[in-house]
Design a binder for this molecule. Structure first.
Ligand SMILES: [Zn+2]
Length: 343
């Protein structure tokens, strides 16, 4: 399995994350990447390549152009306004407020384009986010050119980013960019399977009305877990996309028996959809020791996750999402990939 990766991820590491009323060291930290690379090294998965430069035209196929430009130019505008600290959004166009006016003020625009306040923007955020999108694009092209599998080692993650909002540690939706790229490069239908602990609200919203992309997600129930306002089982898509979204939310303490049964259900739906390619939003924050999540998967469960996905027999691109038990993230991630290859 080819692995696409870039050291540019390290440019994104804000000083703090707003978490339960405190500014803490971000859970989404650069060491996550280091541990994944070390685990790949340990099993000899060393077929690696750097990404081609990001294709912003293709990014624009799933993201709003003004939003991408906001991300690209934010730090220059923020510092020009006299700020030297990282930026944290604090005011949002929520219920009762207008969504149809984009503020001129940079702090106002920060809130307009944000869905939550835990995700800070720092000097290197755009560099890292653009590199992550480039990684997804390069890995997708490998798949479209005939590779059976590929691993896009993206950081920051992407599945919470919608067409025009960042948050949940995500800025550009790497998995959605890859799925759309598969379609542009010849696939008629693509499935996105999101096994990250959190609901992939961004991916869901991007493909909500689309009949050529199936979005299936296993996640912590929104009654109990971030992103709280998305991911209920009755969200199934709309318009042409009605029935092309599958949400399988699960409650605190869910172990591998129940989670694995949900995975089987999602895989059955994917088979029935008949896609030409599969993009997996691979988060391992389903792990029992994850500090911000509440499922109970064990390290030894992850090979079975990869085996079950591999049994679909589809060209498969794994795109890295979450996982915050840093010491175990590498082993858990590689266990999924190895399970796929060994299955
Ligand atoms: Zn997550």
């Amino acid at each position: 399995m080819k692995v696409v990766l870039s050291g540019d991820h390290a440019a994104h590491f804000p000083a703090g994350e707003l978490y339960l009323g405190e500014l803490v060291r971000p859970f989404e930290c650069p060491e996550r990447w280091d541990h994944i690379v070390a685990a790949l090294d340990a099993v000899g998965m060393d077929d690696r390549l750097a990404p081609d430069p990001v294709d912003l035209g293709r990014v624009g196929a799933v993201h709003d152009g003004a939003y991408v430009e906001f991300l690209r130019t934010f730090w220059a505008e923020w510092t020009a306004a006299g700020h030297t600290n990282d930026a944290i959004p604090t005011m949002f166009p929520v219920r009762g407020l207008r969504h149809d006016r984009v503020p001129d003020d940079i702090d106002g625009r920060l809130g307009y384009y944000a869905l939550a306040a835990e995700t800070s923007i720092t000097a290197g955020t755009w560099q890292a986010a653009a590199a992550a999108a480039a990684i997804a694009q390069t890995a997708q092209r490998l798949l479209s050119d005939g590779e059976e599998t590929a691993f896009a080692l993206c950081r920051p993650p992407g599945h919470h980013a919608s067409a025009d909002q960042f948050g949940g540690y995500c800025f550009l939706n790497n998995a959605a960019i890859a799925a759309q790229g598969c379609l542009v490069d010849g696939a008629d239908r693509v499935a996105v399977l999101d096994v990250d602990f959190h609901h992939g609200n961004g991916t869901q919203s991007i493909f909500w009305e689309r009949s050529d992309v199936l979005f299936a997600s296993l996640h912590g129930h929104p009654a109990d877990a971030f992103p709280y306002f998305s991911g209920w089982g009755d969200e199934t898509g709309s318009g042409a996309g009605e029935g092309c979204t599958l949400n399988l939310p699960m409650r605190p303490g869910t172990g591998f028996d129940e989670w694995g049964a949900a995975l089987d259900l999602a895989c059955d739906r994917i088979s029935a959809f008949g896609p030409d390619a599969l993009v997996v939003s691979l988060g391992v924050d389903t792990f029992e020791a994850d500090p911000i999540s509440f499922f109970r998967l064990a390290t030894d469960d992850y090979p079975s996750v990869g085996r079950r996905i591999g049994r679909l027999g589809l060209p498969t691109l794994y795109v890295m999402e979450g996982g915050y038990a840093v010491a175990e993230i590498g082993t858990n991630t590689v266990n999924v990939l190895r399970g796929h290859l060994d299955g």
